[in-house]
Design a protein around this ligand. Structure first.
Ligand code: NAD
Length: 482
């Protein structure tokens, strides 16, 4: 039986085939033990009439090998095509996106010579569920979902990653001063899980100041863990300020499958010219080798690559006269790395993957969940209305049943009744909060009877959400100004 690891390779499009070719040649020369299955995904597949961009045969290969090395893919504009990257992340359960952002001063020009951080981005939840509604003529809404298991997994991954890679600090970034339940949960779970890693320094920052600090003083950070949308944004900010988007690799890790790629796109402006830098994909492939237990080959490739940078052999987009020695294309760069296999960098920190477990981080099972007492204490009913809040209250109050009270009306999250501010700008979708008078359980029949009466009064419903307490604590937020 072969001791080679089966992997699936997708060359992608644009510069994808060129940089994949260079990457695979370097891996081969370095002695990587791989059995490669090639699949076609992306542009050609979209154009052949498969709207997902990935044919069934490709899924079969992925299920078999569980490892994908992927070249960049052009997402066709318009035409209802789904983003293949999002589809793959979701379908394969790739919950963690890991992006090292490192500067290579003085060999690559950057304002931040001491930058060496890793962003661990939650990859499946948050606003990326794509659950959006048009609630009325004027109002669109998108649902943000943060779950305890999803957060536990990503936070645990970040701490385990830090430990295995000799990193000393994990910073969590959220906006929990505004989103107290969703981002609040992320922050709380970070503190709970963090308590199990006393050897690792940890702190929390609000995402806005955190992003500003990454841009101004990236040396303050080591590992950053954050929900999906913030992670998406800060990983581009961080990659950009290392000096080149062409240099970053990334991994997308799931419980079963994992995908490794460059952070940049298919660069159609330079495709076919033989000048693309293969470094991003090569560093993605280094992460893959570490993941499949070939850490020695990974270090060999990574160190030869660092040495090539140090020797001033640079592709066009990082070439600087005076700083660089020789301008090369994809082919020339590939040859230079191969010539240096077995050499170590002289100044840059050498890569060493001895401490990283093969097969990826083995996460412990999720913490047992404490079952909390859930009591339904009210309901938020949203509806369309084109008059004032006082007129709306006057129309609804006679419909309110005995055990419920109309507690408040809000518009765009701001309380507008009772005692609203006349200057609050209102759209045509309103939220009415009905609460149990006693604070006790509200029966479904009471809510249905309330809605029945409101329906008879010609109320134009758009949404209803049950309100619960959990062990007495509200599972909903107050309106702004309430
Ligand atoms: P891009 O990353 O492809 O290119 C941005 C700029 O960086 C271009 O000027 C390009 O020439 C340069 N560049 C990128 N990689 C380089 C490399 N390896 N060597 C030298 N220069 C490089 O971003 P874009 O132009 O916004 O996107 C192009 C296409 O790629 C779009 O269809 C987009 O959807 C797709 N995309 C795919 C992925 C992916 O597959 N993971 C990621 C991002 C964008």
């Amino acid at each position: 039986m072969s001791n080679r690891t089966p992997i699936t390779v997708a060359r992608g499009d644009g510069i994808g085939p060129e940089i994949m070719d260079a990457t695979l040649r370097i891996l081969d020369e370095a002695g990587a033990a791989l059995d490669i299955e090639e699949i076609k995904i992306g542009k050609d597949v979209y154009e052949s009439g498969v709207p997902s961009g990935i044919p069934d045969s490709a899924w079969e290969s992925l299920r078999r090998t569980k490892i994908l090395l992927k070249g960049p893919i052009t997402t066709p504009q318009g035409g209802g095509y789904k983003s293949l990257n999002v589809t793959m992340r979701k379908a394969l359960g790739l919950y963690a996106n890991v992006r090292p952002c490192i500067s290579y001063a003085p060999y690559v020009e950057t304002k931040h010579p001491n930058m060496d951080l890793v962003i661990v981005r939650e990859n499946e939840e948050d606003l990326y569920g794509g659950i959006e509604y048009r609630q009325s003529q004027d109002v669109m809404a998108c649902l943000k979902i943060i779950t305890r298991p999803g957060t536990e997994r990503i936070v645990r991954y970040a701490f385990e990653y830090a430990r295995a890679n000799g990193r000393r600090k994990v910073t969590c970034m959220t906006k929990d001063n505004i989103m107290k339940l969703t981002d609040g949960l992320f922050h709380k779970v970070f503190e709970e899980i963090g308590a199990e890693y006393p050897d690792i320094e940890q702190n929390h920052m609000i995402i806005d100041i955190g992003t500003a600090k990454i841009a101004a003083a990236p040396h303050l950070f080591d590992v950053i863990v954050t929900p999906n949308l913030y992670g998406d944004i800060i990983s581009d900010v961080a990659a950009e300020i290392t000096g080149s988007v062409g240099l970053g690799g990334s991994s997308n890790i799931g419980m079963q499958c994992s995908m490794f790629e460059a952070i940049h796109g298919s660069a159609p402006d330079i495709a076919g010219k033989g000048i693309a830098n293969p470094s991003g994909l090569l560093l993605g492939s280094v992460m893959m080798l570490v993941h499949i237990g070939q850490g020695d080959v990974a270090a060999k490739v990574h160190n030869a690559w660092l040495r090539t940078l140090e020797d001033g052999i640079h592709t066009g987009e990082i070439f600087r006269p005076g700083l660089s020695r020789e301008k090369v294309g994809t082919e020339g760069f590939c040859k230079a790395v191969i010539e240096r296999l077995g050499q170590m960098p002289q100044k840059l920190r050498a890569a060493n993957y001895d401490g990283v477990p093969a097969g990826g981080m083995k996460l412990p099972p999720l913490k047992p969940r404490k079952v909390e007492e859930k009591v339904r204490v009210g309901v938020d009913i949203s509806l369309t209305w084109d008059d004032t809040p006082d007129a709306l209250a006057a129309k609804v109050l006679p419909c309110v049943t005995e055990n419920l009270e109309l507690k408040m009306i809000s518009n765009r999250g701001v309380k507008v009744w009772p005692n609203g501010q006349p200057d609050t700008a209102c759209a045509d979708n309103w939220r009415l909060r009905f609460m149990s008078k006693s604070g006790g359980n509200v029966r479904t029949s009471e809510i249905l009877s309330l809605m029945e009466r409101m329906n008879k009064a010609d109320m134009n419903f758009t949404k209803s959400v049950m309100l619960h307490t959990f062990d007495g604590k509200p599972g909903f937020t107050a309106a702004q100004g309430e």
